[in-house]
Design a protein around this ligand. Structure first.
Ligand SMILES: [Fe+2]
Ligand SMILES: [Fe+2]
Length: 420
C-alpha cells in the first residue's frame, strides 16, 4: 500500500493540474447559457426525494433576484425564491446560490429553469421518486491527475448507458485536493452536461479535507458546494445525512474522524447517536449505508492480532450496523472493487450487512493485496475504472459492477435481506 504521503501528494507535480490552474476561473463552457452568469447548475438530494429538490449554481457576481421556475406536465409554472452567498477559497471569490423546491408530487415529471435577474437557463428535466422502486448509479473515488478526463469518461459512459437513472452517488474523494479550485472546476465541468438533470448524492472523502499544503482542514469547498439534507447537528451540518428514495433509506456517513478530530473534534459522538435515532425512525424496507472508507485493514493482513483485518472505521461503525439491521454498506477509498459479502460481529457470515468496496472512477490506483477471508469477489488485475448500479424494489436489491464500456463484471441480488 502506498503511504498517506503518496496519496496526498498524488497531484503535486501533475502537469495537467498546473496547466489548468493557469487557465483561470470559470470558462464559457461551464456557463449554463451563453452570456449568462449561471454556472454549474445542479440538483442536490433532499431528505424526501418524492416531494422536494435543492437546485444550486454559481455566479461571478451577486444578483438581486434568484429563483427557480418549476413546470409540471400540464404546463403549470410555479416560482421558488432562493438565496446566495459569497464563497472564497484558494484565492478565488464567487457566489453560490440555491433554491429549495418543495411540495412536489411523488413519481412526477417536471422541468425547471433557473432565473437570475433577467437571465435564464434552458428547461431541465426534474423527476420525483415514487415509493416502489429505486435506481442509482454509484461512482467510486473520482480524484484525477489528468484534468479529470478519466472521471469524464467513466461518468459519461455510465450516464449514456443509463439515461433513465435519475440519481447518482459519488463515494468521496471527488477531487484529489479539496482546496484546489481548478480541480473542482474540472470535476464539475467533466459532468456539466449531465448534472442539471439528475440528483446528486455527494460523500465527503479524506481528500476533501486536505488543504493546498496537504494538511487537514475543515472541508470548506465541499461543505459549500453541496447543500445536503439537514442532520440537526450544531457543528457538523453537511458532514453526514440521510434521505429516502423509493423503498430505500440511505444513510450517508462520515468516516473522516482521523482527519477531522485534531481540528474539529466531536463528530463521531454526535454521528453515532444520530445514526441510531435516524435508522430507528425509518419504516423503509431497505437500509443502505454509504461511507467513504472501507472496513478492511489491508495494511495489516496476516497479523496475528485479534480483529487485525478490521480497520478502525469498521471497529467503530460495524457494531451499529449489526445492531440496527443495515442491509448493505457501500464503501470506497481503496480504489479497488472488492465484494466482502456478509460480515457480522467482525467475521464473515451468512447473515448481517453485505459490504462492497466500490472501486475507482479516476486515474489514481493503489496496490491493494487480497484477503481471502473477506474479499469474496475482486476484479481481474490490473484493475481498470468501474461504476455500479443499484436497483431496488421492496422485495429485492440488485447490484451490478460495470466497466466504463458497459461490460458487467459482478452482479448479485439481496432478497429479504439475504443474498441468493
Ligand atoms: Fe481516494
Ligand atoms: Fe480516500
Amino acid at each position: 500500500m502506498p503511504s498517506k504521503i503518496n496519496r496526498r501528494s498524488f497531484l503535486k507535480f501533475s502537469l495537467a493540474g498546473i496547466f489548468s490552474a493557469i487557465m483561470g476561473k470559470f470558462t464559457k463552457s461551464q456557463a449554463a447559457a451563453a452570456g449568462s452568469d449561471i454556472y454549474m447548475p445542479r440538483q442536490l438530494i433532499t431528505k424526501d426525494s418524492s416531494s422536494s429538490r435543492t437546485i444550486m449554481w454559481q455566479s461571478r457576481n451577486p444578483h438581486a433576484s434568484l429563483r427557480v421556475q418549476i413546470r409540471d406536465a400540464a404546463g403549470n409554472v410555479k416560482n421558488y425564491m432562493g438565496s446566495g452567498g459569497l464563497f472564497q477559497d484558494d484565492g478565488e471569490a464567487f457566489y453560490i446560490n440555491r433554491v429549495l423546491v418543495n411540495n412536489l408530487k411523488p413519481q412526477s415529471q417536471y422541468t425547471y429553469q433557473i432565473v437570475q435577474d433577467g437571465a435564464t437557463t434552458p428547461w431541465y428535466p426534474l423527476s420525483t421518486s415514487g415509493s416502489d422502486t429505486m435506481e442509482a448509479l454509484i461512482f467510486p473515488d473520482s480524484q484525477c491527475s489528468d484534468g479529470y478526463e478519466t472521471w469524464k469518461k467513466v461518468a459519461s459512459g455510465a450516464f449514456n448507458a443509463n439515461p433513465n437513472i435519475n440519481l447518482f452517488i459519488n463515494m468521496g474523494d471527488l477531487v484529489d485536493n479539496g482546496e484546489a479550485a481548478y480541480q473542482w472546476r474540472q470535476w464539475f465541468n467533466a459532468i456539466g452536461a449531465y448534472m442539471p438533470s439528475r440528483i446528486f448524492v455527494p460523500l465527503m472523502g479524506n481528500h476533501e479535507t486536505y488543504d493546498l499544503n496537504w494538511k487537514c482542514r475543515v472541508p470548506h469547498a465541499f461543505l459549500n458546494f453541496f447543500a445536503v439534507p439537514d442532520n440537526n447537528s450544531n457543528g457538523f451540518q453537511r458532514y453526514y445525512y440521510s434521505f429516502d428514495y423509493g423503498p430505500v433509506h440511505f444513510i450517508v456517513l462520515n468516516t473522516q474522524f482521523e482527519e477531522l478530530d485534531p481540528i474539529k473534534p466531536g463528530m463521531m459522538e454526535q454521528q453515532l447517536q444520530w445514526l441510531r435515532q435516524d435508522v430507528e425512525a425509518t419504516e423503509k424496507p431497505w437500509r443502505v449505508v454509504l461511507m467513504h472508507k472501507d472496513v478492511i485493514n489491508y495494511d495489516n493482513l496476516g497479523s496475528p492480532e485479534p480483529l487485525a483485518d478490521i480497520d478502525e472505521v469498521g471497529r467503530r461503525f460495524m457494531p451499529y450496523f449489526d445492531e440496527l439491521g443495515i442491509h448493505l454498506v457501500f464503501t470506497a477509498h481503496q480504489h479497488t472493487y472488492r465484494r466482502h459479502n456478509h460480515i457480522f460481529n467482525f467475521e464473515p457470515s451468512d447473515h448481517g450487512p453485505v459490504y462492497i468496496d466500490t472501486g475507482v472512477a479516476g486515474n489514481c490506483r493503489y496496490g491493494v493485496p487480497r484477503t481471502e477471508r473477506f474479499d469474496k469477489v475482486m476484479l481481474p488485475q490490473p484493475e481498470t475504472d468501474n461504476y455500479l448500479t443499484i436497483r431496488a424494489t421492496s422485495e429485492d436489491i440488485i447490484v451490478q459492477c460495470y466497466l466504463p464500456d458497459g461490460q458487467v463484471m459482478d452482479s448479485f441480488v439481496l432478497t429479504n435481506s439475504k443474498q441468493v
